[in-house]
Ligand binder design. Sequence first.
Ligand SMILES: *[C@@H]1O[C@H](CO)[C@@H](O)[C@H](O)[C@H]1NC(C)=O
Ligand SMILES: *[C@@H]1O[C@H](CO)[C@@H](O)[C@H](O)[C@H]1NC(C)=O
Length: 280
Amino acid sequence: MKYTVMKAAAAALILPAAMAADGPMVPDYEVHLLMDPTVVLGSDFKLTPTVLSTFAMPTTVTKINVQYLDTVAQDLHVNGWSCRIRNIENDSGFDLTYKWRLPVNNGDINGALNTAFSDGWNSGQGNYDAQIDWLYASQTLSIQRDYTASSKGYSGTDDPNEKDSRSMLESNAPGMFDDWVSDGWGTGMLKNAVIYGPVLTKRSTGTWNGVELDIEVWPIENSSGTGIEYLVEASFKTSDEDSASSGRDQLITLLQNEGWFLAESVSKEDLVMENYHPTS
Ligand SMILES: *[C@@H]1O[C@H](CO)[C@@H](O)[C@H](O)[C@H]1NC(C)=O
Ligand SMILES: *[C@@H]1O[C@H](CO)[C@@H](O)[C@H](O)[C@H]1NC(C)=O
């Protein structure tokens, strides 16, 4: 008994930082708005010169090859998780992301952060980033952790094959992901995971309203797998809710005035998970 008390006292002495940090996570904000592909893309499926000049964008793009790993039944997705692998042009290695998502109900961001806190997400988890993804008509809390894995044996913007994708995601799996449903759940699911995608996306980077603004073009298979549907998304990041909110209003107005706006709230990842139907 005495020993336990002393141990607890010692722990309290050496862990003040961790204890002080033990509260809900503090998010930053990313606004995502869709643009009408039939208007903003030319016949070559590239952004038109008017769109590029409006956002001070060069004609050069960064290619990013994106794929998600999940079971055929989408067990990870159903439980709020996603495992993403990206090959970003000219970056070394593959970029691995483990992301957990929670819908924000009726704009109640604090409510979502508190729910996440009771699920084990706290501000002391410095390896994770919390973000509010703010779409046209919905908000989501995303908590993610990134790793880099070797791309030895692969070239250009190729993404890893199924076997290598499973193994690099299994070997890097963080505890919050692996033990989410039960101990070893995450890596267990990854053993049977299949590839959703890949989607070779193109990102243009410019400036608007004093912040960096990105436009990504995603050629995603349509649901019958017989054609491509283009998703075009403009996004910017900011650290506080007020500037996210006012910037979002201004960007919607600009896109509407130009006739470029698509008043929908489709997430890129959701569309990939919906339209691709891998079986093995
Ligand atoms: C990547 O590197 C190649 C070769 O140096 C270059 O032509 C291309 O513009 C680079 N792409 C980006 C997005 O930096
Ligand atoms: C998919 O695209 C093809 C080719 O454009 C088209 O014929 C087909 O109807 C589309 N399917 C769906 C479900 O949109």
